[in-house]
Design a protein around this ligand. Structure first.
Ligand code: SAH
Length: 354
């Protein structure tokens, strides 16, 4: 929520503010700055959003802050036969996104959204089919994690975050980085940066911005899907960055030692799954430190594209591994509840919060 102080100088998204910003807000409210740190801990470490329960904050501050309207709440929850859960996240302006909790062994990975809709319109992705409605605020991004932890029976298992829900995170870089800083703050959830993955369709300007912002230690995944420019343009029409330009951006990226980029490649029957496609991919990536995740297309109601046969998938993988690349076949998760990659939906169908 936005909070404007008496002198109208500061407008602060309380749920998406850094600790420093909350300290400055407190100063503007005539409070000692350390109250900002206390508020930050309540919101992010303890996941408490109700001022009444923030026992170390004085009463007069409650009045000055007013009610803190939560940035989001959980709507429908669906459970997959494989244990994956999909949570609808209702936002304050009658829109919604989705977040997915994916069990892997005794750990849980949370897949979060960065936008309502998406402008990239990948040919195979349901989430971007209807275009972009808006960016999520930093507070809304963080709220997906806070809400999931409050909802889940074993929140301590939730240590991995992937920006692979709805939206292109590097079209909302400022808010994504602010959310990253809050989630990894020692007095917030204290998540490890290495366990947060930003997945981009290949926004070169955004990849360079990440490097410049010195967040190089966050994990980076690039959804490439094709090494030749024509196929790439067909599959990812909303971005003009070519495979060559993307590879060049990765080449100059300050990747920490012993780390690798993840390259995501959704295999589509007859489109990007030929021997020639695999060889072009080898040529493009062989000078980079990468591991390749091969996914097969998850069908949905807005596409006629289809996944290749298992045989073709294995043949494609073999060409990569024979050339010394690491290529892993990713299992599809949560498809029975439309929670798999590219099946998530942002909507505008609920009543506003409050
Ligand atoms: N915009 C970001 C993050 C969201 S998509 C990105 O493109 O990386 C997360 C992953 O799901 C991407 O690799 C995307 O290409 C993949 N995906 C989208 N639709 C899919 C579908 N129908 N089947 C399989 N994977 C899909």
């Amino acid at each position: 929520m936005a909070m404007t102080t008496e002198n109208e100088k500061h407008t602060v998204d309380v749920f998406g503010a850094t600790e420093e910003e909350l300290c400055a807000l407190m100063g503007a409210l005539g409070q000692p700055p350390f109250r900002g740190r206390q508020l930050f801990e309540w919101l992010h470490k303890k996941g408490v959003w109700d001022l009444e329960r923030m026992t170390n904050l004085p009463r007069d501050l409650h009045q000055k802050l007013g009610a803190l309207n939560p940035p989001a709440r959980i709507g429908t929850v669906l459970r997959s036969a494989d244990g994956t859960r999909k949570l609808e996240v209702l936002l304050g302006d009658d829109t919604a996104v989705e977040t997915v909790l994916i069990p892997e062994g005794d750990k849980l990975t949370q897949c979060i959204s960065s936008q309502v809709g998406c402008a990239v319109r990948c040919a195979f992705c349901r989430s971007g089919h209807d275009g972009l409605r808006r960016n999520l605020t930093a507070g809304e991004i963080v709220a997906q994690v806070t809400l999931a932890r409050a909802y889940h029976e074993a929140p301590e298992k939730l240590r991995n975050i992937v920006f692979m829900g709805i939206g292109e995170p590097l079209h909302n870089t400022k808010n994504v980085l602010a959310a990253l800083d809050i989630l990894t703050h020692p007095r917030g959830l204290n998540l490890s940066k290495r366990r947060v993955t930003i997945s981009t369709a290949g926004v070169v300007r955004g990849i360079d911005a990440l490097a410049e912002a010195a967040r190089g230690d966050v994990a980076l995944a690039v959804s490439l899907h094709a090494a030749d420019p024509a196929t790439r343009a067909r599959l990812v029409p909303g971005l003009k960055d070519t495979p060559e330009e993307i590879a060049a951006a990765l080449k100059r990226y300050p990747l920490p030692q012993r780390r690798r980029f993840t390259i995501e490649y959704v295999l589509i029957d007859g489109v990007n799954d030929s021997e020639q496609d695999a060889r072009l991919l080898v040529r493009l990536l062989s000078h980079l430190r990468v591991k390749i995740n091969l996914l097969t297309l998850n069908p949905h109601d807005k596409t006629d594209l289809a996944p290749p046969s298992q045989e073709r998938v294995l043949a494609f993988q073999k060409i990569l591994t024979d050339k010394g690349l690491t290529a892993i076949l990713r299992r599809r998760r949560g498809a029975d509840i439309n929670a798999a990659c590219g099946q998530l939906l942002g909507t505008g169908r609920h009543k506003p919060l409050r």
